[in-house]
Design a protein around this ligand. Structure first.
Ligand SMILES: Nc1ncnc2c1ncn2[C@@H]1O[C@H](COP(=O)(O)OP(=O)(O)OP(=O)(O)O)[C@@H](O)[C@H]1O
Ligand SMILES: [Mg+2]
Length: 263
């Protein structure tokens, strides 16, 4: 069976002068269409590097990233990225920030009226339509992340790539956004790859959790399938044995088998 996204023997090294550091070594992963996959691993192991390779923001040193059997080697709107620190343009309104992407991707395809409707539709998806005329400085961090997600979704990406999207948010805002992501996924069935440091977030959202070993030469240590029905409700999961076992498996991986030794 052909996979939707395939990481095929991916290596990545960075060279500084004569020194070459191998960050990622022999990464192999197949992701199915519609799957939510989380990546978890200690700081510096190479998670963002891997996401950048999938985004086409950096190139592999060996191996290949394949989306629908086509090699990825440059950025494209079919792989939209949401970064931890929302990257909205401060001089544009919420609406204009989303419009920028929509106009880039759909200017030849959708009419002006259709583009307007599509921008509003995506702002509605993240419950931000009411703030469409505000500028980033006038809205909260959680709201900015919502707009970042709307902007990414508005490109109708094949894959949504999220690099610690809720890392800078307080726990309650984070929980609300996690719920939003689950709702969006339930209606759009989009494929998502999300980096997180939060074990509960990984278990709550993911179909599979990819656990990375420590660098240098980090690779995939284990992949855990989270066999929990959707829709998932956080309060019900607290006492669910499958949830508890998944959480424990990830914690054991991170803090027993691949503990980050103090330098
Ligand atoms: N452009 C670059 N040039 C040189 N080295 C880099 C570059 N980008 C990343 N690295 C190195 O690659 C390693 C992995 O970095 P990366 O940002 O992917 O880690 P991470 O797992 O995302 O960490 P964190 O959890 O802290 O975000 C680090 O040692 C980093 O210094
Ligand atoms: Mg990172």
């Amino acid at each position: 069976m052909a996979s939707y996204l395939k990481l095929d023997h991916v290596d990545k090294s960075f060279r500084r002068g004569a020194v070459e550091t191998e960050v990622l070594k022999d990464i192999n992963l197949d992701i199915a269409r519609g799957e939510i996959v989380s990546m978890i691993g200690h700081s510096g192991c190479g998670k963002s590097t891997l996401l950048n390779l999938i985004a086409g923001l950096a190139n592999v040193s060996a191996g290949a990233v394949l989306l629908e059997e086509r090699e990825v080697n440059e950025p494209g709107p079919e792989r939209a990225v949401v970064f931890q620190n929302h990257s909205l343009l401060p001089w544009l309104t919420v609406y204009e920030n989303v419009a920028l992407s929509v106009n880039k991707v759909f200017s030849g395809v959708k009419s002006r009226a259709e583009r307007h409707a599509w921008i509003m539709h995506n702002l509605d998806l993240v419950q931000m339509a009411h703030a469409k005329d505000k500028r980033p400085a006038e809205i909260s961090g959680g709201m900015k992340q919502r707009v970042g997600i709307a902007r990414a979704l508005s490109m109708q990406p094949k894959i949504l790539l999220l690099d610690e999207p809720f890392g800078a948010l307080d726990a309650l805002t984070r929980a609300r956004l996690q719920d939003s992501v689950m709702q969006i996924h339930a209606s759009l069935k989009n494929t998502m790859i999300m980096i997180t440091h939060d074990v509960d977030e990984a278990v709550l959202l993911s179909d599979r959790i990819v656990m990375m070993t420590n660098g240098p030469s980090a690779t995939i240590g284990e992949v855990l399938t989270v066999r929990l029905e959707r829709p998932r409700k956080r309060l019900e999961l607290v006492a669910d044995s499958t949830y508890i076992a998944a959480r424990e498996a990830v914690l054991k991986f991170l803090y027993e088998r691949h503990r980050l030794e103090a330098a």
